[in-house]
Design a binder for this molecule. Structure first.
Ligand SMILES: Cc1cc2nc3c(=O)[nH]c(=O)nc-3n(C[C@H](O)[C@H](O)[C@H](O)COP(=O)(O)OP(=O)(O)OC[C@H]3O[C@@H](n4cnc5c(N)ncnc54)[C@H](O)[C@@H]3O)c2cc1C
Ligand code: SF4
Length: 561
């Protein structure tokens, strides 16, 4: 095993994405010495291609079979394409397994500084007590060990730094935040919003997203070029690589160790304490150790839990910090296979191939199972919709020659909406180590067991039906709806497999994402979520990470870690 250059660190942070970026920034700016271990390569503005035209690409982004040879899973989501594919994990070198009857697409596995925030959709929504205390409302699962008032100041802090555009709507279950001005709605979005409110009482709003409309900390406002998932030279959307991680590095207190694939947390044999981590250098394939007073895992839910399962000791034989036995269980990830689209021919604008592109659209707030409504009979909890309008050439027009050219220019003005629904945390959705398979670095991989239950199936059906109802209320034509079973399950918003709770017998972490068992071990990504409400998770991931870092620093001051 190679010797790590002797340097003394207070904290090791594993992973530089949404959670890890904030952990490094908060701790390094407070003066702690931080080692940031990131499995991926360093990110740089030089890699950003948002303005690069297709014709400059070798295969014009048409040869997906070439990408499929190394990234057969990642390519299933459009953000992994000829521009970006080498930011993503090589699925063959770093596989996972599933039972034959429970296929699962684990997408968005990035191997770059910034993790998933390089390519994320940026929708940023607060949770409310309707979410944190959902078990008290409907009796399913467990309440979170914290409430809205505990996290509210951290939502404010994170939003002001990240830069979230949005409009105040005054909804109890989707609290307003510290918004930059929203991007105005298009004509069809405005009409849709007004009619849906008037006829059905549901709230449609400009999407709340991490795209700047005003300058912030040296970052420029968005200039509407469109493909944020290819990077952004003006840093107008939020990516940890050029925001939180850059700030942490600028303090001089944080060292970024790239290509460092963490294998396990190392324990002090004499005390119930973590002493560091073992990692594999992805370039040299050598194993290395690094030590610190505190270890924080921020590698994304499944990756962090994989590290804990791989860190079993004689005392914690079924996974480190797992005296409760719940580590790996209660995997959740949103369902999003119901929705619809409709056309608004009367609003046809002139089409253009070079027009500005809004990188965000609309959000429809949850409208099922809320206070003052009788419980919805078909399922528990609820869903929201993400959507967008577009005006496109009618490429599929019939005919040819002059007639086709004319028909092609008839604009297709439409709205598409897709539901994002809560998945109930169930014991039988879980991850474990696959004893038969290792990745290319010799690290045992995960076997993921996940499928939908009755609740999810009923919710998906309602996503399709309600999409049709709203499009009809808005007067759309050619309405098409869908509600597919979500198999294979696919995931971008996974959470819950090292859940927080007040009772150490039923949870892995306390409300500050600190292990109940090993006091100097924290897991600050979404693994700790006690449930996974329908709102996108990342704003809450980041806000919780900052809150937990503040707690960690107060505990260090008290010498109680
Ligand atoms: C296409 C897409 C769209 C999305 N859209 C939205 C959205 O609109 N709104 C929203 O809220 N969320 C969205 N998400 C989810 C969001 O990106 C994640 O919730 C968020 O980035 C998770 O943060 P994290 O810190 O847990 O993990 P990540 O941001 O993924 O960072 C984890 C980092 O850890 C590193 N790592 C992993 N394993 C190891 C290891 N063993 N050793 C060292 N390093 C390791 C990875 O390389 C990675 O850089 C989207 C995700 C994707 C992929
Ligand atoms: S649309 Fe805006 S945020 Fe996205 S890449 Fe272009 S300038 Fe950046």
């Amino acid at each position: 095993m190679a010797e790590q250059k002797k340097q003394s660190y207070d904290v090791i942070v594993v992973g530089s994405g949404a959670s890890g970026g904030w952990a490094c920034k908060r701790l390094a700016e407070a003066g702690l010495k931080v080692a940031l271990l990131e499995a991926g390569r360093p990110q740089s503005d030089k890699n950003f291609t948002e303005h690069k035209p297709l014709f400059e690409l070798k295969y014009r982004n048409k040869a997906s079979e070439i990408i499929r040879k190394t990234r057969p899973i990642q390519i299933k989501f459009g953000v992994c394409n000829e521009y970006t594919y080498n930011w993503f994990v090589n699925d063959l070198e770093e596989p996972y397994t599933t039972p034959a009857d429970k296929p699962f697409n684990w997408m968005g596995r990035l191997r770059m500084t910034g993790g998933r925030t390089n390519v994320w959709g940026r929708v940023s929504l607060r949770f409310s007590d309707w979410d944190f205390k959902s078990a008290s409302h409907d009796g399913f699962g467990e309440d979170w060990p914290l409430g809205y008032k505990d996290i509210e100041p951290y939502y404010d802090l994170v939003e002001k730094y990240v830069g979230i555009t949005g409009s105040a709507e005054g909804l109890e279950h989707l609290p307003d935040g510290q918004f930059q001005p929203p991007v105005p709605l298009t004509c069809q979005e405005t009409l849709f919003r007004n009619r849906v409110k008037e006829k059905l009482g549901r709230t449609v709003m400009p999407a709340r997203t991490a795209n700047l409309t005003k300058p912030l900390n040296g970052r420029g406002p968005c200039h509407y070029c469109g493909p944020c998932e290819r990077g952004c030279m003006t840093h107008s959307y939020f990516n940890s690589a050029f925001t939180t991680v850059a700030d942490a590095l600028a303090t001089g207190n944080c060292s970024l160790i790239s290509n460092a694939m963490v294998h396990k947390v190392l324990m002090d044999p004499d005390r119930d304490r973590a002493r560091g981590v073992l990692y594999v250098d992805r370039i040299t394939r050598q194993s290395r150790e690094i030590s610190a007073r505190v270890v924080i895992l921020c590698a994304q839910s499944q990756e962090s839990v994989r590290i804990l399962l791989n860190s079993a000791t004689p005392q914690y034989s079924n996974g480190l910090a797992n005296s409760s036995g719940v580590l790996g269980h209660y995997l959740t990830a949103h369902v999003r296979s119901g929705g619809g689209s409709g056309e608004f021919p009367a609003l046809g604008a002139k089409t253009s191939l070079g027009a500005p592109v809004k990188p965000l659209g609309i959000y429809i707030a949850r409208f099922r199972n809320l206070r003052n409504d009788p419980p919805y009979k078909k399922f528990l909890r609820g869903f929201g919709y993400e959507g967008a309008s577009s005006t496109k050439f009618n490429w599929g027009a019939p005919g040819f020659g002059e007639a086709y050219k004319k028909a092609l220019r008839e604009p297709r003005t439409s709205i598409d909406i897709t539901g994002f629904g809560e998945v109930l945390p169930r014991w039988d959705n879980f991850v474990e180590l696959d004893p038969a398979v290792k990745d290319v670095y010799g690290i045992p991989v995960l076997k993921i067991h996940m499928s939908d239950g009755e609740n999810e199936r009923a919710m998906i059906q309602d996503m399709g039906d309600s999409a049709g109802e709203m499009l009809e209320a808005a007067g759309a034509k050619n309405i098409r709806t869908y509600a597919h079973p979500s198999a294979p399950r696919w995931a971008l918003h996974e959470a819950g497999i090292a859940r927080m709770g007040s009772d150490p017998k039923k949870s892995v972490l306390n409300q500050f994402q600190q292990s109940h068992d090993v006091k100097n071990l924290f897991v600050m990504d979404a693994s700790g979520f006690t449930s996974n409400p329908c709102q996108n998770p990342t704003l809450t991931i980041m806000s919780l990470a900052v809150r937990s870092c503040d707690y960690l620093m107060s505990e260090l001051k008290r010498n109680s870690i």
